[in-house]
Unconditional design. Structure first.
Lengths: 238, 43, 229
């Protein structure tokens, strides 16, 4: 896999990810036992929980990178592109979280959805991300895009706790909160742990590559006019 | 029923990620063709 | 020019434009009223309507707000007024709070009329006990909505189909206001079994919301609407 965005670092992470993935599937699907209560359904959690953590981590990275861009001392489009790449991967993981969470809910509680603060806030974060990505596509110069998106990202940081608390007071958590963590057997915990490692590696790999793709896109846009002129000149001399 | 949902979860998750990875790497290749090597400072 | 005098000027200008053109009364209020009628068609149950009336009023407010916000910035964009203000060195904060105040006032007028409509259409009842709670929660909610609406309205104002982004950005952000204002109104009207004490707790949330976005907006509005590279 020697693509233009590959470096020794990404190759190493990529290989580690694939190995981890093999372990994960082995333990998650086969080697770990069924849960006493949830039976096979618990295996969905090995994806759902790590995916949720990484989605929230991605959101934090986007927020911090946005702040870094806005600060005059560290103003660089690299931060902006990191924010964007992290948000895209975050949307992906958020989607996985919502899908697997919904399936797990159907298996465990019989319903595809509940209106408690965690589920609702996750759904809100998903929509907010989508809004952020839409703002990134609004056009204008690269610095305009960066500034606009950065402010929106930080406003979203403000919004999410407000949404979380208002939903929580609206629908206080019931017993769903107490999914028997204490009763997790060693192998189940281990599967969860591998899941977190694998998803973290995937996140890093995806963001590194995606950020470089965005950098190439920006470079092309910058050169756009120069290239167009050069191409035109080439055509003229042929 | 649970088995079905478990399988759907794993296939959708890793299948979906796989598809996006392939698409992204292909796009990277397309973009790189149009750029001189100085513009790829990570290599 | 101090920020505060700019705020007063901008707010007065926006309200004067509204008074002259009467878009709120002529276009937006009928729209909101129709929305409330449509709710009745959709829900098809008189007891249910009384029970959910507070929520419906605030929903209608939020949907109408999208139009009011876009109008608030359409009057600027048409002759580049906002850009002119910015280039003249007028502090962005002043413009932000000015437009937010005008927006809040318009929303308050709208809410008052929509509540009246709810009393008529949905047979809401009001025993007078919760008047202070009702008014305070409407004030707090309107402040929050005015601030947030100005913020995201400024971002999406302008050319090339940016405006279609406003609902996607704004509606998730105002969700806490919908939750809080509806619960406080339910408490004030004695509907849904919510105590007055709880209603006031929701008002506290609304005030917090307004404070946070007041601060966030006063910092972020300038960079957000600055189209200068």
């Amino acid at each position: 896999m020697k693509g233009p965005t590959s470096t020794p670092a990404t190759r190493a992470i990529g290989i580690a990810t694939l190995i981890g993935l093999a372990w994960f599937v082995a333990f998650g699907l086969f080697l770990s036992p069924d849960d006493a209560v949830q039976r096979k359904g618990v295996r969905i959690l090995y994806i759902h929980v790590p995916s949720a953590w990484l989605a929230y981590l991605a959101f934090i990275v986007t927020a911090v990178s946005s702040a870094a861009y806005l600060s005059k001392r560290t103003r660089s489009l690299t931060w902006d592109r990191l924010a964007g790449a992290s948000a895209e991967v975050g949307v992906l993981f958020m989607g996985i979280t919502l899908l697997t969470g919904s399936l797990w809910g159907r298996v465990s509680w019989g319903v595809y959805w509940v209106w408690d603060s965690r589920v609702t806030t996750t759904a809100f974060l998903f929509v907010t991300y989508l809004g952020y990505l839409a703002v990134r596509g609004l056009g204008g110069s690269q610095h305009q895009r960066a500034r606009r998106s950065a402010v929106v990202a930080l406003l979203s940081v403000l919004e999410i706790p407000l949404v979380h608390f208002s939903v929580q007071w609206w629908r206080p958590l019931h017993q769903q909160e107490s999914f028997a963590k204490g009763k997790l057997e060693y192998l189940m915990l281990f599967s969860l742990f591998i899941g977190i490692i694998v998803f973290t590696l995937m996140y890093v790999w995806l963001v590194m590559h995606r950020q470089r793709v965005l950098a190439m896109q920006d470079a092309i846009d910058e050169h756009g006019l120069e290239f167009a002129i050069a191409e035109r000149r080439q055509e003229a001399t042929l | 029923m649970e088995t079905t949902f478990v399988i759907i979860s794993y296939v959708a998750t890793f299948g979906g990620i796989g598809v996006l990875v392939v698409a992204m790497l292909r796009r990277a290749r397309n973009l790189a063709e149009r750029l001189p090597p100085e513009d790829l400072p990570w290599t | 020019m101090t920020s505060f005098s700019v705020t007063k000027l901008v707010a007065a200008k926006d309200l004067r434009i509204e008074l002259r053109s009467r878009v709120l009364i002529n276009q937006i209020l009928p729209f909101a009223a129709i929305v409330m009628v449509l709710f009745a068609f959709a829900l098809d149950n008189d007891d249910l309507l009384v029970r959910v009336a507070p929520g419906l009023v605030w929903l209608a407010t939020l949907f109408s707000m999208l139009v009011v916000v876009q109008r608030s910035f359409a009057v600027e964009a048409s002759d580049g007024a906002l850009d002119a203000l910015r280039t003249a060195g007028i502090p962005a904060q002043g413009i932000f709070f000015g437009k937010a105040s005008a927006l809040a006032v318009q929303l308050l007028v709208l809410e008052a009329l929509l509540f009246a409509a709810a009393f008529v259409l949905y047979n809401s009842r009001f025993d007078g006990g919760g008047a202070v709670l009702l008014i305070t929660s409407a004030l707090a909610a309107s402040c929050g909505l005015g601030l947030v609406g100005t913020l995201y309205g400024g971002l999406t104002a302008g050319t090339k189909g940016r405006e279609s982004l406003l609902p996607l950005l704004l509606l998730p952000v105002v969700a806490p206001v919908l939750i809080g204002a509806t619960r406080a109104t339910e408490a004030a009207l004695g509907v849904g079994g919510i105590s007055m004490r709880e209603g006031w707790a929701w008002v506290a949330l609304l005030v917090t919301y307004a404070l946070l976005f007041g601060i966030g907006g006063s910092i972020g509005f300038g960079p957000l609407v600055d189209d200068g590279a």
